[in-house]
Each structure stands twice: as structure tokens, then as C-alpha cells.
Design a protein around this ligand. Structure first.
Ligand code: LMR
Length: 294
């Protein structure tokens, strides 16, 4: 469903530009494991890893760890064997942060920096607290694409002003707003009976554009990336959503000028703990021992 929406946008030139030839290599989920071996990813520059078992009503993303992790280990191996070493990999299938980690660990020829977990969907959701989307800037989603994610209203701005100067109701920000963003994916599944497709496709497009178009002065975007060397004190060796800027060359750098308060740090730690637990659970897929789920 996501791909149905996404492919037309890519093929129309909306993403990479109207004059840019695009070669789409498409993999179906059921036959993909065999088909992946070797070939169709030859020299791929962008790999959008969407296919995975989607979350159903009542399931948490972590419930998919076992089921989907294997797919991303295979895809990592296939990318490692065949893709361009500059390939940028955007992992969409859930639980996307840990799937991105699994994929990365199985693709040692590709720089760890090139792997992303799609948290742009959450950023887009967080940019809608009753004002026009384009009036909200500097919005970061920290952490996991799960209910522990942290929509950062401390650093975000509305019409250039700190959110807290515009929205004085701190309780609303800390509770209602935060929860709404965190639980949006689950609520949609409850209402629709399946997970979001069109909004996910839109956010994949946004995520790619953020990496191929220079980030507007003073703004940033969030994406789930490898934590090694991060300046925020977040545990290393996980994939964590953080604020980034790009020169438009497909690469990014982490934003340094962010502030923290106790509330934000506490929430970030909670998401960090969840991702460390997910990592322990998939150790057999990252080549780091026997998986142990808490
Ligand atoms: C979403 O956030 O809508 C998707 O990632 C689906 C899900 O599992 O929540």
C-alpha cells in the first residue's frame, strides 16, 4: 500500500527532479528472499525498504521484531553484495529503528551513516498542533519510532518563536500533544484496521528530499540514524532519531545547537532504554550473540 502511493511520486519526478532518469527495481515481499541474492540491487543508490509484515490492531511494533528482523538481515546482505557503497538506505518496515540496525550490521561494506529509519512520519504528525504545517520548524523526533518517541517541543518553533512562547499550556504539550504523536500510528490502525499508507509514502518523499535538498537556514529535520559519535550522550550502537541538517548531497550532520531540560532528557532515556532492549532481543540477527528479549 505504501509503495502504491510512493512509486507514482518517484516516477513523476517529484522526488529527484523532472529531468532525472530513475531506474526502479521493485521487490515483492514473498519471493524477495531468493530474488534478493545478488542482482536486482546492482549499484542501487537509494534503497527504500518498505516491505515487512505490518502491525495489526492491538500489536506493538516490538511484536514484529522476530518476524521482520530476518527480512532486514537478508536485505542487508543483499545490499552489501550488490549496492553502490554510497547507497542510502531508508528502512520503513517496523520496528524500523532496530530493523535499520539489523540491516546495517549485515552490510559492513556500506557506511553505517547511510542507514536511516523513517521517523519523518512522526515529525510530520508532530508539526500539526493547530497551526499550518509550514509554520512549524526545528521539530525533532528523538528516539524510537514507537510510543516512547519524543516529539521535542522545547526546541521546536512556531512562526520562528519557541513553541513554549506560543503555546503556554505546558500540561497539554507534555501530555496530550506528546501522546497524540506517540500513539498516532496505533490509533490509525485501530480505526482503519491497517497501518498508514499515503502519509507514510509522503513522509518517505520528505525524508529523501531532506537529504538531497540543502536544509533551509536555521531549520533541521529528524531521521533515525546510527548513534556512534553523537554529541548528545545517547548510547552508542543503536539507530535513534535525532536532529540533522544536510547540504543536499545525500549526507547529513547532527545538529549541535539544541537545548535539553529534565523532561526531555528523561523521555529520551526511556526511548534509549527501549532501543537497547530491542537490540538485545535481535543479537542473533546482528551477529552479536544470542538474542534475549526482556
Ligand atoms: C505508523 O506509525 O503509522 C506506522 O509505522 C505503522 C505502525 O506500525 O505504527
Amino acid at each position: 500500500m505504501i509503495s502504491n502511493h510512493l512509486l507514482f511520486k518517484i516516477a513523476s519526478g517529484e522526488v529527484f527532479g523532472p529531468d532525472q532518469p530513475v531506474a526502479l527495481k521493485l521487490l515483492g515481499s514473498e519471493r524477495s528472499v531468493q530474488a534478493l541474492e545478488g542482482m536486482v540491487l546492482q549499484d542501487a543508490e537509494w534503497a527504500l525498504l518498505i516491505g515487512a509484515k505490518p502491525r495489526g490492531p492491538g500489536m506493538e511494533r516490538a511484536d514484529l521484531l522476530d518476524i521482520n528482523g530476518q527480512i532486514f538481515a537478508e536485505q542487508g546482505k543483499a545490499l552489501n553484495a550488490s549496492a553502490s557503497p554510497n547507497v542510502k538506505v531508508i528502512v520503513v518496515g517496523n520496528p524500523c529503528n532496530t530493523n535499520a540496525l539489523i540491516c546495517m550490521k549485515n552490510a559492513p561494506n556500506i557506511p553505517a551513516k547511510n542507514f536511516h529509519a523513517l521517523t519523518r512520519l512522526d515529525e510530520n504528525r508532530a508539526k500539526m498542533p493547530g497551526v499550518f504545517y509550514d509554520q512549524v520548524s526545528n521539530m525533532t523526533i528523538w528516539g524510537n519510532h514507537s510510543t516512547t518517541q519524543v516529539p521535542d517541543f522545547l526546541n521546536a518553533r512556531i512562526k520562528g518563536l519557541p513553541v513554549k512562547e506560543v503555546i503556554k499550556d505546558l500540561k497539554w504539550l507534555e501530555e496530550e500533544f506528546t501522546e497524540k504523536v506517540q500513539k498516532r500510528g496505533g490509533v490509525l490502525i485501530q480505526k482503519w484496521g491497517r497501518s498508514s499508507a499515503a502519509s507514510t509514502a509522503v513522509s518517505i518523499v520528505d525524508a529523501i528530499k531532506s537529504l538531497i535538498i540543502p536544509t533551509p537556514e536555521g531549520d533541521w529535520f529528524s531521521t533515525g540514524v546510527y548513534t556512534n559519535g553523537n554529541p548528545y550522550g545517547i548510547a552508542e550502537d543503536i539507530v535513534f532519531s535525532m536532529p540533522c541538517r544536510s547540504k543536499g548531497d545525500g549526507d547529513y550532520e547532527l545538529v549541535k545547537e539544541v537545548i535539553f531540560d529534565d523532561y526531555l532528557l528523561k523521555r529520551i532515556k526511556k526511548s534509549e532504554a527501549e532501543l537497547l532492549a530491542e537490540k538485545r532481543c535481535v543479537a542473533h540477527l546482528t551477529g552479536e550473540g544470542i538474542g534475549f528479549c526482556d
